[in-house]
Structures are given as structure tokens and as C-alpha cells.
Write a protein that binds this ligand. Structure first.
Ligand SMILES: C[S@@+](CC[C@H](N)C(=O)[O-])C[C@H]1O[C@@H](n2cnc3c(N)ncnc32)[C@H](O)[C@@H]1O
Length: 264
């Protein structure tokens, strides 16, 4: 077994990330970035370093699951969610269930929670649950704490900031309890093949599958299709797309914003 293969085996055993589900050059690039920072010259040397330094396990896991995100990332998408999708669901359902898959540190599910909370003022009989999941327990802890630096809030207007966040003296902002209570965070591996629930009304999975192999992406598309209720929405990242083999599972709703609906 070569150095890279045996390193991958250790990553799977110790970090529980199945490297073969990700594109190989993506995994290599992420490891190379850790090798530069740990002054290790080849995969064997980095492997030895990883086994001898338990703190490196977390650092490598972070590098493999880059968690970049912010509130209302791609504001146009959230505008369609606010103006069209949530009103449509509130009109048809008493209980709306949304899954934010690959939610990182929580900015995306909290953005949706803010929009649903504001909508619920108009539809008092409608309840909303947002299931937010990620493979990385470190980011989920941050998500549950709900405390953010100002830079991740640049798309949140002053009114929303005052209404839905507590401003702390150290310059951070904490999501208020009325928004936190709408979101349930949970660890979940999108490659496990199991959905967190069924009969969901919308799934957002944005900027997560770019590192998955085509096969994993297609498996996930099937998983989302079976987890959605009839007419459910699937909101992808702006640079993501459906492969030809699975295109028939969804129909475009807003092609520009990468929003699809479950095909009848
Ligand atoms: C770039 S962030 C996307 C955050 C948010 N969806 C957004 O668009 O702003 C990608 C997230 O996907 C998560 N991720 C990667 N592989 C995953 C998997 N197999 N299962 C669940 N989450 C995964 C990472 O941990 C990371 O938090």
C-alpha cells in the first residue's frame, strides 16, 4: 500500500471520513495544506505526525470539511425563499419541516429561521421545524451556541439584527432564543444513505457536494428525492448542478437560483 492509501485508511479509522467518497485531488489538496503547516514533506511523514499528535486529528478534520458560510449567503436565494417558497408552504401546510443539510456553524438554518419567524407573524396557525445537520461536531457546537462575529452578519439588516440578535460587549452577536428554538441541530453524515426524516417540505444542501464524487452526488439526490414530500423544494448551491442520470427526479423551479421541486 502506498503512503497516501495508508494515510487514507487512518483518516477513515480515526476521523471517520470515508475518503473514497470525495474527489481524490480534493482530499490531496486538503492534506497538502496541512503538510505545509506541519512541515512534513510527504504523505508518510504526515501520517507519522498525525498518529503522534492527537490534536492534528481535529485540524485535519477541519481542513477536510471546510466550513465557510455566512448569514443570507447569496441574498437573492433567500429572497426567493422569503417571497415565494415560505408563503407557498404556509398556505398549504400547518406544520412546515425543513432540512438544512451541511449547515456548518448554523448561519444558513438561522437565516431561514429568521425568515420563517417573520412569516409566522402572518400565519399564526403554522408551526416550523428546521433540522440542521453536519458531519463536523466542532462546527455544530458553534452553531448551537449561536454566537457570531460581525463579519458573518454583513447581509443582516439593522432591523433584523436588533430584533433577532443580542449584542454582546465583546462585539459578538448572539441569536435570540425565539430563533434558536426553531432549529434542531444534529450530527449526520450525508454519505450514510439515511435521511434525517421523511415528508420534508424543503431541503437546503448548499456548497456541500462540490467535493463529492459524481456517484455520491447522485446517491444524495436520490436520498433527498425520497425524503421530500410531494412538491417539496430542493435548494442547491449556486455552483452545483444535477447530473443527467438524476435530472428526472426534480423539475426546475428557479433555475437561476438553483431551486428545484420534486418531480411528480
Ligand atoms: C462550505 S460549508 C456549507 C455551509 C452552508 N451550507 C453554506 O452554503 O453556507 C460545507 C459543510 O459541509 C459539511 N460536510 C462535508 N461533508 C459532509 C458530509 N459527508 N455529511 C454532512 N456534512 C458534510 C462540512 O462539514 C461543512 O460544514
Amino acid at each position: 500500500m502506498d503512503g497516501f492509501a495508508s494515510l487514507q485508511k487512518s483518516i477513515e479509522r480515526l476521523i471517520r471520513i470515508k475518503c473514497s467518497n470525495y474527489k481524490e485531488d480534493y482530499i490531496k489538496r486538503r492534506i497538502l495544506s496541512r503538510m505545509r503547516l506541519t512541515n512534513t514533506t510527504d504523505f508518510e511523514a504526515y501520517h507519522r505526525y498525525l498518529l503522534a499528535n492527537p490534536q492534528e486529528l481535529d485540524l485535519l478534520k477541519n481542513a477536510l470539511t471546510i466550513n465557510v458560510t455566512k448569514f443570507f449567503r447569496d441574498p437573492e436565494v433567500f429572497e426567493v425563499i422569503r417571497r415565494e417558497i415560505l408563503p407557498d408552504l404556509a398556505h398549504r401546510k400547518n406544520s412546515i419541516r425543513i432540512w438544512c443539510a451541511g449547515c456548518a456553524s448554523g448561519e444558513e438554518p438561522y437565516s431561514i429561521a429568521i425568515l420563517t419567524y417573520e412569516l409566522m407573524a402572518l400565519h399564526k396557525d403554522v408551526s416550523v421545524t428546521i433540522h440542521a445537520t453536519d458531519i463536523d461536531t466542532g462546527v455544530l457546537q458553534k452553531a448551537m451556541a449561536g454566537i457570531y462575529e460581525k463579519k458573518t452578519l454583513e447581509n443582516v439588516d439593522e432591523r433584523k439584527l436588533r430584533r433577532h440578535f443580542i449584542s454582546h460587549e465583546d462585539g459578538t452577536f448572539e441569536v435570540r432564543p425565539h430563533i434558536k428554538s426553531l432549529v434542531k441541530f444534529r450530527e449526520h453524515d450525508l454519505m450514510s444513505g439515511a435521511p434525517i426524516s421523511r415528508y420534508l417540505d424543503a431541503i437546503t444542501c448548499r456548497n456541500v457536494t462540490i467535493y463529492f464524487t459524481e456517484k455520491q452526488k447522485n446517491n444524495l439526490t436520490h436520498l433527498f428525492h425520497s425524503a421530500l414530500a410531494a412538491d417539496g423544494y430542493y435548494i442547491m448551491g449556486k455552483t452545483e448542478y444535477l447530473a443527467r442520470e438524476v435530472e428526472h427526479l426534480f423539475v426546475p423551479y428557479n433555475a437561476m437560483q438553483k431551486i428545484l421541486r420534486k418531480a411528480p
